[in-house]
Design a protein. Structure first.
Length: 461
């Protein structure tokens, strides 16, 4: 969510077929994990196919854990992490990394905030010094806070308030579908709460959630585990652990009654729909079947929903699949399987929902034929492996899996979970989760479609 995305100055960062593979169809990544005495967990994946290293520092705090009455604070804090420290003033972080031939970024999600870099292996130590430095403390001052409050507000204007459909498929849908504040508030940020954030709030948030014991350092690329662990100890080992607040109970069951909302959009030209179903819990036996079902129904032009509503009946203009703000594997609390589509003014939300329900019913009643099941699982496996190709993405995936699952080796288990999904598993997922009772629907219409019709002019004598 950081606006300044530094240009990539490196080429050829993707891995080659020389990467370790268990067999022709399975790619097994090397994963080594060590926890330092201060609680920092370090994950290293060695791969010498390119003289570069990806770095990810993932903190186990995100929108779900931010303070009440400070909606968007975790997002604001992500921006503040780039504003400098007493040792490395504003701008130093970016100049050092780009000057060494790399790039960096950061993002905030419901369950984590991640900071990522990639650079030549020779530039790794300055990056680790910088990351450790801002883990220790930040340069808390009124100017920096005011500047980043304004930056985040402008980001919200650009991405939400002044955009047609304004993020309703990933902001509004969660506000309507979830019951608990931790899950249903606008984590992107409200102007009032952002403006009310104080320097004391900032300092407390850093103290409580940005300690080494609440973080995972991921390293992937031209580095051995021994080198990675030694460098982590050198730069992070002296940072004291800081006690993080206990997480609230943000668990929710499936919904038991359908919720329908109609919204007006002054910027939209055609109506749109967002349909969200609550997902199985992370680690549930239904997680992989739901991932396969989601791909079958809504991932790409070959999906059932696309073929049935965009191509077949020509009700919708497009189709998009979302899993909240993350993926089907990277969440640690309630999340949604969301289908979002623009649709023709001559059709309706009811028609689209009926078409979706018909496709879901076919799966629930008949299952999936083997050829289709194999195609969808192959598609999911390809997506998973593609997401691990670059060292920066691989380091980030490993750090997030360690943070959320407590086991970075899940990276090598997910392909087996996908492979193991049967037609009966997909049927069960369809019957359990994709029900009208577990469904939340937002029908977003152009304001002109909702405006009352003008009264007929009075007849003249």
């Amino acid at each position: 969510m950081r606006l300044r995305h530094i240009a990539l100055l490196l080429a050829g960062l993707t891995t080659t077929s020389a990467a370790l593979a268990a067999d022709a169809d399975r790619w097994t990544l090397p994963v080594a994990v060590k926890k330092l005495d201060n609680g920092l967990t370090v994950v290293v994946s060695e791969d010498h196919t390119s003289p570069t290293v990806g770095v990810s520092v993932v903190y186990h705090v995100g929108m779900r854990l931010e303070p009440k009455n400070r909606t968007g604070f975790a997002h604001l804090f992500e921006h503040l992490m780039f504003e400098g420290t007493p040792n490395a003033k504003e701008g130093v972080f970016d100049r050092v990394i780009t000057g060494g031939g790399g790039r960096n970024n950061g993002s905030t999600r419901a369950d984590f905030t991640n900071y990522i870099e990639v650079a030549p292996a020779s530039a790794l130590e300055p990056i680790l010094w910088l990351e450790a430095d801002r883990m220790k403390t930040l340069d808390f001052n009124p100017t920096t806070l005011k500047n980043q409050q304004d930056v985040v507000k402008e980001e919200i204007r650009v991405n939400v308030k002044n955009q047609p459909y304004g993020g309703f498929m990933w902001i509004d849908i969660g506000q309507q579908a979830f019951q608990k504040w931790e899950n249903n508030h606008d984590g992107y940020g409200s102007f009032q709460d952002l403006e009310n954030a104080s320097l004391e709030d900032v300092a407390a948030f850093h103290r409580d959630y940005y300690g080494p014991n609440n973080a995972v350092l991921g390293l992937a690329g031209d580095i051995t585990p021994e080198q990675g662990f030694a460098l982590a100890q050198k730069y992070f080992g002296g940072i004291p652990a800081r006690k993080a607040p206990a997480a609230p109970d943000y668990r929710e069951g499936l919904n038991t009654k359908e919720k329908r909302i109609v919204q007006s959009d002054a910027l939209a030209q055609v109506p749109a729909i967002a349909v969200g179903w609550k997902m199985p819990d992370r680690g549930s036996p239904d997680q992989a079947p739901m991932a396969v079902l989601g791909a079958l129904l809504a991932d790409g032009d070959a999906s059932r929903f696309y073929q049935g509503t965009v191509k077949g009946r020509e009700l919708a203009l497009n189709m998009e699949l979302l899993y909240g703000l993350t993926s089907e594997w990277e969440y640690d609390g309630p999340t949604l399987f969301v289908v979002n589509a623009l649709y023709k003014p001559t059709s309706s939300a009811d028609e689209l929902l009926k078409a979706f329900d018909e496709e879901i019913a076919k799966v629930a009643e008949q299952g999936v034929d083997e050829a289709t099941l194999k195609r969808v699982k192959t598609q999911l496996l390809a997506n998973w492996y593609n997401g691990l190709e670059t060292f920066i993405d691989r380091a980030d995936a490993l750090a997030k899996l360690q943070t959320l699952w407590g086991d970075a080796a899940v990276v090598n288990k997910i392909p087996g979970w996908i492979d193991g999904v049967t037609s009966a598993d997909v049927q069960r997922a369809a019957k359990t989760y994709l029900t009208p009772a577990n469904r939340t629907v937002i029908d977003r219409k152009p304001a002109a479609m909702l405006a009352p019709a003008a009264a007929p002019a009075a007849a003249k004598n």
